[in-house]
Design a protein around this ligand. Structure first.
Ligand code: 6PG
Length: 483
């Protein structure tokens, strides 16, 4: 007879699951039951970490019996069908009031579907985004849980006990109902894609513009990490760039195949942003840049295409590097601004009450996009919760206005030199589009009306108009309006 001694359980003991279980076990008051489909993983975890006091279980019945009520279990398996299989098993052995948490990178619409189905059994289902990789899972991740307020009552204290701490506050909040947590995690990953691409472009520009070696550029990133760009991704970039390949003695970055992989969360961000009508151009370009990199045949066929006659003319390397730093900062702000726009639109569409300021707060620590300037985003939303675009907050407007000359020089210089900077360029184009008094969208409307009678609106009167374009007949007709 198994005793119900554990207050939390973990199903799925690959690296993320094991590390999360160890993190849970290390916090006072937690006793952790663990289960894995193949028992060897459970045995290994138990024998390698006796200090954790895990309750090892070999069947779902035993797992459920080892948990005190309301039973709470976190699923840490590969997102997709595996998750559904575990949910099926758990719903057989759990009871109404118990809580099933999916801590994987699930697609939020799957989470909405699963939450609805599980709720019908009386069991709570919580989709929780967990960011921070293997180390974050072990030492303190940023956690983005959705689900019901009832589930949050029990789950909140447990998740708070394992989350990263930023400025004295745990990096976890109840994001919203059903799929809200996984939606926000998806956007987090989209911003992560943009940030990584921007950093990669900065590296490429400096390397090709100044001829500096990866190790020298690593030092530049280390230096940048002491200032306003301080962030986890800048920090690890410095580490990656200084790594030397043991086999060849060359910089490791030169030996790694230049074809970027992806597991899908960036693609989901862009697909959903397209549906929501939110321009997340920086994120989209980052996704496309990975896609382009992974087309070796096309790249080989195109490698003989002509490039510009000149190379980048960098007279003053230090000034150029500072320009790139400024361009990176400004473009990063755009990526976050676009990401928050997508959160606002998603919240509206799916009926979630997501507090942008709270999201900025829980991204300050533990997660992959943690950065010093998230404090500024937190401040911006605290000062003005209704801020319509992050980049229009006074602090960020000031940063961008200081950075913009550099940003323009970098993008223009890269175009002249034939260095691809899709994320830098699209971020600048977005910025200029956003601030433009007039956009050529008026011409697009005219074209639409010309070939499809799609109608347009006028700047000087209400209503909907259509022009008879043929010949010299340019009358304006109103449709369904007082005009
Ligand atoms: C995190 C990461 C994590 C994972 C991504 C990587 O927040 O901890 O984002 O979720 O590393 O899935 O995504 P790609 O494989 O698509 O780059």
């Amino acid at each position: 007879m198994v005793e119900a001694v554990a207050n939390i359980g973990v199903v799925g003991l690959a690296v993320m699951g094991s590390n999360l279980a160890r993190n849970l076990a290390s916090r006072e008051g937690n006793t952790v039951a663990v289960f894995n489909r193949s028992h060897e993983k459970t045995d290994t975890l138990l024998s390698e970490h006796p200090e954790a006091g895990f309750v090892g279980t070999t069947t779902y019945d035993e797992f459920a019996a080892s948990l005190a009520k309301p039973r709470t279990a976190i699923i840490m398996v590969q997102a997709g069908r595996g998750t559904d299989a575990v949910i099926d098993e758990l719903t057989k052995v759990f009871e109404p009031g118990d809580i099933i948490v999916d801590g994987g990178n699930a697609l939020f619409t799957d989470t909405i579907r699963r939450e609805k189905a599980v709720r019908e059994t009386g069991i709570n289902f919580v989709g929780a985004g967990i960011s921070g990789g293997e180390e974050g899972a072990l030492k303190g991740p940023s956690i983005m849980p959705g689900g019901s307020a009832e589930a949050w009552q029990t789950l909140g204290p447990i998740l708070r006990s394992i989350a990263a701490i930023a400025e004295g506050e745990p990096c976890v909040t109840h994001v919203g109902t059903d799929g809200a947590g996984h939606f926000v995690k998806m956007i987090h990953n989209g911003i992560e894609y943009a940030d990584m691409q921007l950093i990669a472009e900065a590296y490429d520009l400096i390397r090709r513009g100044t001829g500096k070696s990866p190790v020298e550029i690593s030092e530049i990133f280390t230096e940048w990490n002491r200032g306003e760009l301080e962030s986890y991704l800048i920090e690890i970039t410095a580490e990656v760039l200084k790594q030397v390949d043991a086999k060849t003695g060359r910089p490791l970055v030169d030996v790694i195949l230049d074809q970027a992989g992806s597991k899908g969360t960036g693609v989901w961000t862009v697909q959903n942003a397209l549906d929501l009508g939110v321009p997340v151009s920086g994120i989209a370009e980052a996704v496309f840049a990975r896609a382009l990199s992974s087309k070796p045949e096309q790249r080989a066929a195109a490698s003989a295409l002509p490039g510009p006659s000149s190379t980048v003319a960098v007279d003053d390397p230090d000034a150029f590097i500072e320009d790139v730093r400024q361009a990176l900062y400004a473009s990063k702000i755009i990526a976050y601004s676009q990401g928050f726009d997508a959160i606002v639109a998603g919240a509206e569409k799916y009926g979630w009450d997501i507090k942008k300021g709270d999201i900025a707060k829980i991204w300050r620590g533990g997660c992959i996009i943690r950065a010093r300037f998230l404090n500024r985003i937190t401040d911006a939303y605290a000062e003005n919760p209704g801020l319509v675009a992050l980049v229009t907050a006074p602090f960020f407007t000031d940063v961008v206005s200081k950075a913009q000359d550099s940003w323009r020089r970098v993008v223009a210089g890269a175009a002249y030199a034939g260095i691809p900077t899709p994320a830098f360029s699209s971020s600048l184009a977005y910025y200029d589009g956003l601030r433009a008094d007039r956009l050529p969208a008026s011409l697009v409307q005219g074209q639409r009306d010309f070939f499809g009678a799609h109608t347009y609106k006028r700047i000087d009167s209400d209503g909907t108009f259509h022009t008879l374009w043929s010949g010299d007949r340019t009358e304006i007709e109103s449709e369904g309006s007082s005009h």
